[in-house]
Design a protein around this ligand. Sequence first.
Ligand SMILES: [Zn+2]
Length: 208
Amino acid sequence: MACVLNNRSMLDDWQDDWQDEFMESIMMTTEFPARADPATARRLAIDLLPNITRRRADGQAMYFDSELNQALDPLRLQPAVRVRCPKGGCGRGLGFIAIKTQGASIESGNRLSPRSKRIGGIYDLADITQPDGHRTYPGWVEDARAGLGYVFPTGEREGVGSGFDERRQYRCRCGGTYTLTNTELLRLYVGAIALGKAEIPLQLKSAI
Ligand SMILES: [Zn+2]
């Protein structure tokens, strides 16, 4: 038994090392397009908004629609956008969202990373829970599993067998709850860029 445990431990160590090297190689070889200046980003976002549809930005399409993904590339290092409770008289901040480095998918974050680490996109996002070695889930999901934060996974969007928990529910202290798909969050994020805003209410009939 001790031998099995030992072997498992060695395997775990090997996997950890391999994953570290793999991630380092990705970081070194992945070239992100330079962050578009605000005017360019705004123009790109306005052009892009009509193309962000449920068919293209939920389920597996969010990773395989190369046209949509390439159109998003210049926006991937735009600053994270703060989302707010849309209920009148509330307006509390409910964390931040950003586009992931790959895929037409949105990452949530309950807080911002230290200012010195903010280079845009997901690098602006931070979690409440502290990483302890490798995390099994995205940071906001780790927070949710610990009962912390504003946002909780609610599985796939109905009718989309993507295998990804892209749909999520935001919960405000005022009692408001807002469940949004990846498509809806992506429209809000790109909509904020189109409006030149650093924050946006979590409602789909906002100004976008
Ligand atoms: Zn609220």
